[in-house]
Design a protein around this ligand. Sequence first.
Ligand SMILES: [Zn+2]
Length: 234
Amino acid sequence: MPTAVFEQLLPGLPRPLRRLVGAIEDRAGLSIDATPHGERMACDFGRHRAVIQVPDGGPPRDSASVYHELLHLKRYFVDDIPKLVYCDDAHEFESDADARLPQLFERLDNQIEHLFIVPHELARYRGARRYWAGRLHALLGDPRLSDDGVLVVWTFVHRVLGDDLLADTAQARVDQRGLGEACVRFGRAVDESKEAATLFLFETFSPGTLPRACLEYFARQQEIALASVKRAAG
Ligand SMILES: [Zn+2]
């Protein structure tokens, strides 16, 4: 049964979004739930759950923010795009940094997904461009942004936003870190597939954690090691 939060949300959605909810639920064999959650929209999904997390005040960007979360769910449940997950093995965490890996993988998966789903969001909601430009501007100003973060942000600015001002700022970050060549190679990997893009990031920035990265496919009910994608691609 859908939760009260989602029952409140659903009637206010435009018809195409309600249809999308139906398509996702059919394929997932699950009802989408909605739960109250902090200040931002988010989603939480896997083989046995499809949850949209909604701030107390309702979706901050109305239907655009609901559509965004539905696109995350659609890619996984309907389009059979795998989700990057921490391999479910018997590994014991050796340190705090180690114990943070599952969360880091989840965040990275989200960032990679945005390269694919935000263009759809912008096609339907032109006003969303301002939100994303603001978010990217803030990220580019953050001195703690990691090298792989710079790479993904640069790619997002070029592919998704096409914003000249942000492109200049992103280029300056890339040049500072000497990541120009990596940007070109990452772009090729993104063109190939999400799997290739994810593998590229691990091989380039975090080879030590590659053995613990897995891809979970919903329709196939299968989890495969990200490193095995490498062998398949030669
Ligand atoms: Zn998202």
